[in-house]
Design a protein around this ligand. Structure first.
Ligand code: PXP
Length: 237
């Protein structure tokens, strides 16, 4: 089974644009779970333009599925995550003002840094996933650093999918074997949508989880949140 974790950053972005609590992030999280989502993801960035650090504890208390916090592990982020204790923490090599995540970790270059953060999170009982490009050497090093899972950066897959699906997925498919050989679980995320998700799942049946935000929330404007979540779940069957 591949779990669908809904990334709620876009909901928080809309809420923040008017200063009041509308839409209510907690209610949307609860509704996503009610409509069948198997996880909730947020990605607090240093400027808090999406989810705020103060959203984390209430979300953790409310989530009945699986709560995943993504982000760059500076000390502020680490303290907040360790206090909240989500089920999973996905470490992402984002610069502070980055528009969105657009590459995975260089696990060779940042090995000692990651090893330290991973050990601290795992000591607190939090599963750790590393956002990563499909590259065997980087994946092997992620395992050596102690990660439980990797999350494939699927932006390039989504970009190339419309022209040549087979070619778009080939690197991810090969890297899945490496990840499994290294004992890593496999997540995937970024730019996944109703068009490219089914093929990804067919080609990578080993996927443990996909986290999807932008396209899912955009689809929900036209289709409604309940229908949209059903359609994404359908693509994962
Ligand atoms: N995974 C990571 C690490 C991300 O940073 C994001 C975007 O916040 C996603 C997945 C979800 O990407 P999208 O919003 O394109 O579905």
């Amino acid at each position: 089974m591949t779990r669908l974790s809904v990334n709620l950053n876009k909901i928080a972005l809309i809420r923040n644009s008017r200063g009041a609590n509308y839409p209510d992030l907690l209610k949307v999280a609860q509704d996503c779970e009610r409509f069948g989502a198997q996880g909730i993801t947020v990605h607090p960035r240093p400027d808090e333009r999406h989810c705020k650090f103060s959203d984390l504890q209430p979300l953790k208390e409310l989530c009945t599925t699986e709560f995943n916090i993504e982000g760059y592990p500076d000390e502020h982020f680490m303290q907040k995550v360790l206090a909240v204790q989500p089920h999973q923490c996905t470490l992402v090599p984002d610069a502070p003002n980055q528009l969105t995540s657009d590459h995975g970790w260089d696990t060779l270059h940042h090995f000692a840094f990651l090893q330290d953060k991973i050990a601290r999170l795992k000591d607190a009982g939090i599963r750790v996933s590393l956002f990563i490009d499909p590259n065997d050497a980087l994946i092997e090093k992620a395992a050596e650093a102690g990660a439980d899972r990797i999350e494939f950066y699927t932006g390039p897959y989504a970009h190339h999918y419309p022209k040549n699906p087979e070619e778009a997925v080939s690197a991810l498919r090969a890297s899945c074997h490496t990840a499994i050989r290294c004992g890593l679980g496999i997540n995937a995320g970024h730019d996944l949508n109703l068009e490219n998700l089914r093929f990804l799942k067919e080609q990578l049946p080993q996927l443990d989880e996909v986290s999807i935000g932008h396209a899912l929330i955009c689809d929900a404007i036209y289709l409604g949140l309940e229908n949209t979540i059903r359609l994404y779940l359908n693509r994962l069957q």
